[in-house]
Structures are given as structure tokens and as C-alpha cells.
Design a binder for this molecule. Structure first.
Ligand code: PLP
Length: 282
């Protein structure tokens, strides 16, 4: 597998990463996951724009432009011969002796990336998955796609141990998002989702879905709703780069709506599939 690190494309076995990297010590960095369909990057501009914004929010300057990041991702796809899969790219504040404040003099951020094959989750998309409410104990800057994912890791593990595919974060009595996805409910034909505040990550897939809703004529309300409201929804689904649009049919053991993927969810899955590179090429 060919990785990208510090300006070079290198075999995974040849990687040389410092144990003093602030990614290890503090999770001091940001990352992105970009989907590859049919050998082509999907919404790469949006993902790398968000990466640059995440970096700016933690006062870090990435030594590559948005276009250069896209070129790196494209080269990884080609070198690793990826058809359907994803790119993982992270940037840490660099390697320096362990002190909390930023290194002074500053060190160069470390950019690491790889491309990996990963099939679309067609079974989950067709059948739906179950989820579990978990208390949101994260910080107040969930809009930053930070490497600090301990609360997300613990929430996902709790969900997995309960036989669920995803944990749904609840903060102060309101549904926020999933541990690695955004959450949507559908009631009487209206799609509800938490507004893009500092308390959630404004998913790129979320943004695509909101655009598709407006194109298809589905009404959207970006309003926070409670777990009780969630259980009364007609349909429920989650979105992410890798999960695409996955129906959530069971939450905390309660069936949502008919307990089957809903009509609006299916409509959005179809609309989402239609605008992928895989369809553009045909
Ligand atoms: N929310 C969180 C906490 C995430 O980690 C992710 C993706 O990993 C998402 C939402 C979905 O974002 P995207 O659609 O950009 O993949």
C-alpha cells in the first residue's frame, strides 16, 4: 500500500513517523475522509475546504493548498488502483517534545494520507440498521473535524456492544448527530435535522442531502428535536461519507415508523446514487 507522508509517496513499510508527533500526544490535528467511486474522488473540493477550515480553527496552517490536496488524493487513488474506496488524510501540528502549548519555534505540520478499497454499504442501505442513544460528553467545538475522537470511540463501542451500528449523541435533551454520522428524522413528509452549529460536524453528505431535498421538493427543518420526538418519527436515517444514506429502523430497541426503510429515505438514496461519479461516467 502506498501512503503519502511529508511530501512523498512511500510504501507503508517505509513510513517514518516520529513518536513525538503531536497527533500521538494530544490528538492535535485534523482529518478528512473522501469517498472514491469508480476511481474518481467524490466532493473532494468540499472535503478539503472543510479540512483547511478545521485547521484554521485550531490555528494550524496546512502546507498545501486545496488543489494540491486534491492532487495528492488523486495520485493515491491511481497508485493504489482504487475503484470504490476512500482516502484518509490527516494533518497533525508536527513533532516536538511534549509540551501542551504550540512548539516554538514552530515545526512543520505532518500530512499523512492513504487510499483504501471500501465497498458501498449496500446491505445496510437496503435493510437499515439499529442505533442507540448515548450521552454526548464531547467538547463544544464539534464543528472541527479533529483527531480527538475519544468520546466518539467510546460511544461507538457502547453501540457495538449493544448490537447497534451507530450511537446517537444526545446533549441537554436534544439529538445532535451520530458518533461518525449526521442524523435525520422524517415526520409527515418533512425532514428534520440538527442545525449546523458548533455542536455537530456539518457533514459533507448532510449538505448534499439538504441540497437534494431542495431539488426534489422535500421540505427540511434544521431544528433540534428530542429523543422522544425521534422515536415518533415516520422514518429515520443517518448520513456520512462511507454510510451514504443509511436507514435507522430501530433506536434503543424501539421500531421507527414501519420498521422498514421509509419512502423519503429511499427517494434520497436514489437521488444520492444518481449524482455520483459512477453514474456520470455511464
Ligand atoms: N458527524 C461526525 C461526528 C462525523 O465523524 C462524521 C464523519 O465522519 C459525520 C458527521 C459525517 O460527515 P461526512 O458526511 O462529511 O462524512
Amino acid at each position: 500500500m502506498i501512503y503519502f507522508i511529508d511530501g512523498k509517496f512511500t510504501d507503508k513499510d517505509q513510513l517514518n513517523i516520529s513518536v513525538d508527533d503531536r497527533g500521538y500526544y494530544f490528538g492535535d490535528g485534523v482529518y478528512e475522509v473522501v469517498k472514491v467511486y469508480n476511481g474518481e474522488l467524490y466532493t473532494a473540493e468540499e472535503h478539503f475546504e472543510r479540512l483547511l477550515q478545521s485547521a484554521a480553527k485550531i490555528k494550524m496552517t496546512i502546507p498545501y493548498s486545496q488543489q494540491q490536496l486534491i492532487e495528492i488524493a488523486k495520485e493515491l487513488v491511481e497508485r493504489n488502483k482504487i475503484d470504490t474506496g476512500h482516502i484518509y488524510l490527516q494533518v497533525t501540528r508536527g513533532a516536538s517534545l511534549r509540551i501542551h502549548q504550540f512548539p516554538d519555534p514552530s515545526v512543520l505540520p505532518v500530512v499523512t494520507a492513504y487510499a483504501i478499497p471500501n465497498e458501498r454499504p449496500l446491505k445496510n442501505m437496503a435493510e437499515g440498521v439499529s442505533a442507540k442513544f448515548v450521552e454526548d460528553v464531547r467538547w463544544l467545538r464539534c464543528d472541527i473535524k479533529s483527531l480527538n475522537l475519544l468520546a466518539n470511540v467510546l460511544a461507538k463501542q457502547e453501540a457495538f456492544e449493544d448490537g447497534c451500528a451507530e450511537a446517537i449523541f444526545v446533549r441537554d435533551g436534544f439529538v445532535m448527530e451520530g458518533s461518525s454520522s449526521n442524523m435525520f428524522g422524517v415526520k409527515d413528509g418533512v425532514v428534520y435535522t440538527h442545525p449546523a452549529t458548533n455542536l455537530i460536524l456539518n457533514g459533507i453528505t448532510r449538505q448534499v442531502i439538504l441540497k437534494l431535498c431542495s431539488e426534489i421538493g422535500i421540505q427540511v427543518k434544521e431544528t433540534a428535536f428530542t429523543p422522544e420526538d425521534a422515536l415518533k418519527m415516520d422514518e429515520f436515517f443517518m448520513t456520512s461519507t462511507t454510510a451514504e444514506v443509511t436507514p435507522v429502523i430501530l433506536i434503543d430497541g424501539n421500531q421507527i415508523g414501519s420498521g422498514q426503510p421509509g419512502e423519503i429515505t429511499k427517494k434520497l438514496q436514489e437521488a444520492f446514487s444518481r449524482q455520483m461519479p459512477v453514474f456520470e461516467k455511464q
